[in-house]
Design a protein around this ligand. Structure first.
Ligand SMILES: [Fe+2]
Length: 291
């Protein structure tokens, strides 16, 4: 069995026929990874220098904020910083075009968030258990509550040494949420307000964000879950791209370097099947509204 739904095409964005768009929409919202094995994001000759070591100032990512036009996590200055920013801005636009080509109903409904360039090798990278993304998890970030909005990400492997990006992919969200929900600490009324007042989070943390964070932590901590027999190992080769709801698909990145990633948010009401969103699944388990 595979959790990859594959699509042909090497022109960016690939022209998808209506039947392929319908297949992509159903697969993505069901928690599959839309996989484009021959869709390479082209690096311009003058951008090749950014694939050498030494640009990163952070343990993990160089990040670009398209809304503010700011770059973080890099030692690049002046012309270099401007060039790096152009590369990442181009990836942000290309990612949006790719999603819209695959899932036309999301057109005009995607909220563009951060772009990230991940030059650092994952394997052997030190991190605390909670930040260890080599453990299977769904995405939820303490400083960035989404209030139920989806986290949709586009990835491309651009490694010049030809190393694949290795992932492990877990069971569907609803089953995992059912398994973990009974042991998650309940949301405490009032804690969201305290976080916002203290300036710890961008936006108010809702009960939904609480449960997603606790689920993220519980998954990473549970060693028997990490060894589940249903986990699939995937290698994304250089020159491939993929689209995935990382708030829904349990994933772990175990090896690889030089990936580009673009994040979008999407209101679950804009999905073809909103009932498959983590928000609706968790609300079903909680028996109440969580935002
Ligand atoms: Fe993740």
């Amino acid at each position: 069995m595979t959790r990859l739904e594959s699509f042909a095409g090497s022109v960016w964005p690939p022209p998808l026929a209506p039947a392929d768009q319908a297949r992509a929409t159903e697969a993505l919202e069901a928690g599959q990874i839309l996989y484009f094995p021959t869709l390479a994001f082209a690096i311009e000759p003058e951008e090749r220098r950014f694939l050498a070591d030494g640009w990163s100032a952070a343990a993990k990512n160089i990040s670009y904020d398209p809304a503010r036009g700011t770059l973080g996590g890099t030692k690049a200055q002046g012309e270099d910083a401007a060039g790096l920013m152009r590369l990442m801005a181009r990836y942000a636009q290309a990612s949006q075009a790719l999603i819209e080509a695959a899932i036309p109903i999301y057109r005009g409904r995607l909220e563009m968030a951060r772009t990230s360039f991940r030059p650092v090798e994952i394997a052997g990278r030190a991190s605390s258990p909670r930040h260890d993304d080599t453990k299977l998890h769904i995405d939820a970030f303490p400083s960035r509550p989404t209030a139920g909005r989806r986290i949709l990400r586009v990835f491309s492997n651009i490694d010049p040494q030809g190393q694949p990006r290795q992932w492990r992919v877990g069971a569907p969200f609803a089953a995992t949420a059912r398994q973990f929900y009974p042991r998650l600490p309940q949301a405490v009324p009032g804690s969201a307000m305290a976080h916002a007042v203290l300036g710890l989070t961008k936006g108010r943390r809702r009960a939904y964000d609480h449960y997603m964070l606790k689920l993220h932590d519980a998954m990473k901590r549970d060693e028997s879950y990490q060894q589940d027999r249903g986990i699939e190992t995937v290698a994304f080769p250089v020159g491939s791209s993929w689209i995935v709801f990382t708030d829904q698909v349990a994933h772990a990145a175990t090896a690889g370097r030089h990936a580009l990633e673009q994040t979008f948010h999407l209101d679950p009401a804009q999905m073809k099947h909103p009932e498959r969103s983590p928000l609706r699944v968790l609300e079903g388990l909680a028996g109440r509204e969580l935002v």
